[in-house]
Design a binder for this molecule. Structure first.
Ligand code: CDP
Length: 231
């Protein structure tokens, strides 16, 4: 069966990662969260007090960062210079700094380079903000996932509480709003809907229903590619 690239972009916390992961598992594709990469870079910057306004310091830091994904017990884990940081990258300090860090062109250039290498073999589902527009403009299937802000904040709040983080709903909501604003207005690779993306609003859909919709889009894409080949 022909393997394709599936790009899933959308607003903060609308379930891109869980959808991308479930879809990857359902069709046996590799799943990569590009957001985890930006979060891991942010964690490194915070720990090492890298001044994000100093281009030399940023360039130097990027040289010292090595990122790796590993599958452990069926879970995708991200390693920063050999250390598993999958939990720590979800903390609020990282959430507060990730959008400013991800707006730095040098950071984006390096992440995009690594992401394209990962996509060379196809058979990949990657989620983020610029996957269908910048990283893989030729992706065969592009899904733009979205949901109402309040609903997204409720989901993230619940997830943070479940993971033992002591947070206020208002702070989570404000963080999402602020990240949406920065992500959509930055000069380099802003969050936009690719012309050929299919919009999936999951405000009123649960995980299973979202996955069912995405699978339907995947099958339609394969059928359309087959039809093109025969024509
Ligand atoms: O999981 P959540 O939707 O909260 O965000 P994420 O996918 O973990 O991404 C965290 C942040 O990284 C986003 O708010 C963006 O600022 C940035 N990001 C980006 O700029 N480009 C990407 N391809 C992915 C994430």
């Amino acid at each position: 069966m022909k393997k394709i690239i599936i790009a899933i972009d959308g607003h903060s916390s609308c379930g891109k990662s869980s959808l991308a992961k479930a879809l990857g598992e359902a069709i046996d594709y590799t799943y990569i969260s590009s957001g985890d990469m930006y979060r891991a870079v942010t964690l490194y910057f915070l720990r090492n007090k890298v001044n994000i306004n100093n281009p030399e310091a940023v360039a130097e830091a990027l040289k010292n960062i090595q990122l790796e994904f590993k599958r452990i017990d069926g879970q995708n884990r991200i390693f920063l210079n050999g250390e598993d940081v999958s939990e720590e990258i979800r903390s609020m300090p990282v959430a507060e700094w990730v959008s400013p860090v991800a707006a730095i062109p040098a950071v984006r250039r390096e992440m995009v380079r690594q992401q394209r290498l990962m996509g060379e073999q196809k058979g990949i589902v990657m989620d983020g903000r610029d996957i269908g527009t910048v990283v893989f403009p030729n992706a065969e299937l592009k899904i733009f996932l979205t949901a109402d802000l309040e609903e997204r904040a409720r989901r993230r709040y619940k997830e943070l509480l479940e993971n033992g983080y002591d947070v206020e709903f208002e702070d989570v909501l404000q963080n999402l709003e602020e990240r949406d604003r920065i992500d959509s207005t930055r000069a380099d690779s802003p969050l936009t809907v690719a012309d050929d993306a299919r919009i999936l609003d999951n405000t009123n859909l649960n995980r299973e229903q979202s996955l069912a919709k995405a699978l339907e889009m995947y099958r339609e894409t394969l059928a359309a590619l087959e039809a093109q080949k025969e024509a």
